[in-house]
Design a binder for this molecule. Structure first.
Ligand code: GLP
Length: 242
């Protein structure tokens, strides 16, 4: 059973996430972080950046792997997850850019990009702490309903609800890519500690399904029930269906 922590605000969640991540870095200065994009982890990244600056933490050896990336965005597109991770995580935290990996969503090399990413995670010794958000469809990373619990990093087609949710980041809904490359549920389950975050009523059903529902690939978030060390950090609204 996952540990459930109900917090009063995203900032409170951020402080908890920052504490967990900094504890890991204190034990292991070259810790491997699993990085989510989306709105949910932003307060946690801000809290981490503040603590790193205030405490003078040396993060120069910290490594990181993003969960996912869009396929086919032009290089340098501001909403590519490479750009988002650089802007929201690498720069504010002061991480070493060469140690932070994002799946390669460019057309060249896309056939081997999944295997290459799995090999890079394995070579790093696996992910110590994986930060996760969850989509309304129950997706984690971009593993939409139907994803196998054994799946590894691969190209997937985005569902229409997820494209619609992510349209807010683009000039027009038509600009949202059709495909993505995402760590699989199997990849995510190999991380040593999962931190699943969710805020707001729109996430309440997905959280209830993930935490208490049947373990089924039609609710990808329910994969967390197969993991021995998961912490779910939610506000009252996201916890309201538990
Ligand atoms: C996005 C990302 C996920 C994220 C989820 C929720 O599409 N690929 O990694 O967890 O959907 O997003 P948000 O945090 O913005 O609600």
């Amino acid at each position: 059973m996952a540990e459930i922590v109900i917090v009063g605000s995203e900032e409170e969640a951020g402080a908890l996430v920052a504490g967990t991540v900094l504890g890991t870095i204190a034990r292991r200065p070259d810790a491997v972080l699993g990085l989510a994009t989306g709105s949910t982890p932003l307060a946690s990244y801000r809290a981490l950046a503040e603590r790193i600056a205030a405490d003078g933490v040396d993060v120069s050896r910290v490594r990181g792997f993003a969960l996912d990336e869009y396929v086919g965005l032009p290089e340098g597109h501001p909403e590519s997850y490479r750009a988002v991770i650089t802007r929201e995580v690498v720069e504010p935290l002061g991480l070493t850019p060469g140690l932070i990996h994002v799946p390669n969503g460019s057309a060249e090399g896309i056939e081997t990009a999944g295997d290459d990413y799995e090999a890079a995670i394995e070579a790093a010794g696996g992910v110590d702490v994986q930060i996760l958000g969850i989509g309304r469809t129950g997706h984690i990373g971009f593993n939409e309903p139907g994803s196998s619990f054994a799946s590894l990093t691969r190209v997937k087609t985005l569902t229409e609800p997820t494209r619609a949710d992510n349209a807010r980041f683009f000039d027009s809904p038509d600009d949202v890519p059709m495909h993505c490359i995402t760590q699989g549920l199997g990849t995510i389950l190999r991380a040593r500690h999962l931190l699943l975050l969710a805020f707001g009523e729109a996430k309440a059903d997905a959280i209830a399904a993930a935490v208490e529902g049947p373990v089924t690939s039609s609710q990808p978030g329910s994969a967390i029930q197969l993991h021995p060390h998961t912490t779910v950090i939610v506000d009252e609204a996201a916890a309201s269906e538990l």
